[in-house]
Design a protein around this ligand. Sequence first.
Ligand code: FE2
Length: 179
Amino acid sequence: MSRLTVTPETTPGVPELRTEDPAVIAAALAAVGVRFERWELPVSVSPDSDSDSILAAFRPHLDRLMGESGAGTADVIRLRPGNEAYPAMRKKFIDEHTHTEDEVRFFVSGGGNFILHMNGRVYDAHCSQGDLISVPAGTKHWFDAGEAPNCTVLRVFTDTTGWTPYYTGDPISALFPAA
Ligand SMILES: [Fe+2]
């Protein structure tokens, strides 16, 4: 189930909006320039399909997205419980940062929270299977998939050098754990 929680940055734990309605989530995020869509899952795809099969299954969606955004590449990442590299990865994701390109992610399975800090508010988007989110370049945000993640995610890149975070140094993410 997808979920959006919007909280003023001055009142952690006291949200002004909490919804699980995908249309309301999309509208609230669109109002601040963030793209959120639900994509239908091809019947043929499983979270454990190989990356090429997953990319092929979503090709029509990806072609549309890349045509609009100018993005050039896509890949598939999997986070599974017990991944020894994950605690170090989580530390990189969970501090507030920005990117110089849009951060575009589609959840083939599982879920995780993209938490955006904009307009004096914290927008915590818990994304789940079938959700696309595009965090605009320059948006302050962080990501958390919890202590034991289990997700398969499509990543779409404009910049071929990969995922580069620019940390803001703001400790705000500690005040707003994933909701
Ligand atoms: Fe990011």
